[in-house]
Design a protein around this ligand. Structure first.
Ligand code: FES
Length: 130
């Protein structure tokens, strides 16, 4: 019998309800495993679409959010690293200003369906053990 605990498809992990992600608003943090090590990640909504990334600046691998879940700068048009102010396009993760201009956030595979937002783990971003 397949495990149907709110998951969808092989390995899909429900991260939040779709209406928890406001356009350009607060994000939902979660944890992924990279090489067996837990790494912070997040999902936000931009232009109506849910996008997920590792919560690591492309400049120095520090978490982006200065207050938990606050990934957008004040205009709601860019994701921003609170440490040295790098800004990122929310749809691609490309750094468009700041010390790591031209680099990108690590994008995760996100799907939205039936009022829920799912993360689909794929190498090298795996579901944490336990
Ligand atoms: S650590 Fe993010 S801009 Fe420097």
């Amino acid at each position: 019998m397949p495990d149907m605990r709110g998951e969808r498809g092989a390995g899909a992990r429900r991260r939040c309800a779709a209406d928890e992600l406001a356009e350009g608003g607060g994000g939902v943090r979660f944890v992924v495993a990279v090489g067996g090590r837990p790494v912070s990640a997040f999902v936000v909504r931009f232009d109506g679409i849910a996008h997920g990334y590792l919560n690591q600046c492309a400049h120095v691998p520090m978490e982006l959010d200065w207050q938990e879940g606050q990934f957008f700068e004040s205009s709601g048009l860019y994701l921003m690293c609170a440490t040295h102010g790098a800004i990122y396009a929310p749809d691609s993760g490309l750094c468009v200003g700041g010390p790591c201009r031209g680099a990108s956030l690590s994008k995760l595979r996100i799907e939205e369906r039936d009022g829920n937002v799912y993360w689909l783990p794929e190498s090298p971003y795996e579901a944490p053990a336990g």
